[in-house]
Every structure is written in structure tokens, then in C-alpha cells.
Design a protein around this ligand. Structure first.
Ligand SMILES: [Zn+2]
Length: 222
């Protein structure tokens, strides 16, 4: 046994990983026990045009296809999971969730993570969407492309604002750092709620010729 793995076993013994849902001890680099994993509200939707995510987004912006892994329910496990990713930098969660996405995306030319505004990135220290988006790209052998899209508007909090305010506030909230080659890209975010952020990003990406965008999120709040 290598010293590193002896050390890791020792750390596991003192600080065992616990399931986010029920706090049972679980294997390290997992985030849920099997019963909690089975309890997640999976959509089982394909990345296509026959689901609620596509229908919601298609009203706001031109997308080729869309899907989400889970349905978001407040006060349920999926909310805790997104919270851990967002505020506790649990990057292993994103990588594990990406394993649940087993669809064929060979027609996709690259994976683009939803960027944070540089100010927010500096404050938080990480973009919570990246581990998930990166793992999707790696698992499907697609290029990972975080270098094109940037967020230019820093909006404090839109939670309490109404839908129209949010849609207006987010117009032109993104810019392209460099020209995106023509192709079909998968834009990835953690959650789709009003669709304001995602549609603003899609509009910016599609400002160039011959760009197609599909969207994948971890959760969809219906
Ligand atoms: Zn559990």
C-alpha cells in the first residue's frame, strides 16, 4: 500500500464521508448513499425537443434541444445537492452527477459551462457548474470550452425580483471573449428556473453565424 492511500484510509477513518441526504457513512468520493441516490427525482428526459425544458427555453431563445437530469423541488434532496455544489465547493458531486448522463452527444462540437461574473468568481473562488460540465465533456470525449463566453453584468440578487425585471436585467449580460467556430455547442448550467440567464447566454452565443446551441442543466424547476 502506498503512503498516500494509507494516509487517505486514515483520513477516511477519522473524517468519514457522509451522505448529503441521510448522513450515513459512505465511500469517499461519493456524495449520496444508494437509497438516497435512488430517491432523486430523475427526469429520464433525452436531449431533444420533446420535454418541458426545451418547451420552456424555446419560448425565450432559439435552441436545438434541451434537457435536465432532475426535477427541482425545494426542501428536497436536489436542493441540498445544488447548495453543496454552490456554497461548499463539492466538486466531486458534479463529477458524480455527470455519470448519470449517458446519452449520445457525438453531434456536439463542444461543451460550454455557464460562466460566473469575474467578481462573483473571485468572491466564491470557483464556478460550481464547472466540475459537472467538465466531466460531461470528458466522459463523452467532447472538447471542454470555458474560454469563449463571459459574464459582463454583475447582478447582486434576482431572487426577489419579478420575471420581467429579471429578463430585462439579464439582457446583454454576456459577451464573447473570442469568436466561436461554427458548430453545435452544449451549454451547461446547474438549474433552469425562469430561463432568463440561459436565454441571455444563448442569444449572445447565437449572435454569430452558424452556431447551434443545446442546453443541459442538472435541475429544472417547473
Ligand atoms: Zn443517504
Amino acid at each position: 500500500m502506498e503512503i498516500k492511500s494509507i494516509l487517505n484510509s486514515f483520513i477516511d477513518l477519522i473524517f468519514p464521508m457522509r451522505c448529503i441526504g441521510c448522513e450515513d457513512v459512505i465511500q469517499s468520493n461519493q456524495f449520496l448513499c444508494v437509497p438516497c441516490l435512488n430517491q432523486l427525482t430523475y427526469t429520464h428526459w433525452q436531449l431533444n425537443q420533446s420535454n418541458a425544458v426545451f418547451r420552456a427555453l424555446n419560448l425565450l431563445c432559439p435552441v436545438e434541444a434541451a434537457t435536465a437530469l432532475c426535477i427541482f423541488k425545494s426542501n428536497q434532496l436536489i436542493q441540498q445537492i445544488l447548495h453543496e455544489m454552490k456554497y461548499r465547493n463539492r466538486s466531486e458531486i458534479g463529477a458524480s452527477l455527470a455519470e448519470l448522463f449517458v446519452q449520445d452527444i457525438q453531434h456536439i462540437d463542444g461543451v460550454i459551462p455557464m460562466p460566473l461574473h469575474p467578481k462573483r468568481l473571485k468572491k466564491r473562488g470557483y464556478n460550481q457548474v464547472e466540475p459537472f460540465a467538465k466531466a460531461i465533456a470528458e466522459n463523452h470525449k467532447r472538447p471542454y470550452l470555458p474560454q469563449f463566453l463571459e459574464r459582463t453584468k454583475h447582478i447582486q440578487s434576482l431572487v426577489s425580483r419579478d420575471r420581467n425585471f429579471r429578463l430585462n436585467a439579464l439582457s446583454n449580460a454576456f459577451a464573447l471573449k473570442q469568436a466561436l467556430p461554427k458548430g453545435h455547442y452544449l451549454l451547461i448550467d446547474d438549474i433552469l428556473t425562469t430561463g432568463a440567464t440561459i436565454s441571455s447566454a444563448v442569444h449572445q452565443l447565437k449572435n454569430q453565424n452558424q452556431i447551434k446551441i443545446s442546453v443541459l442543466t442538472i435541475a429544472y424547476a417547473d
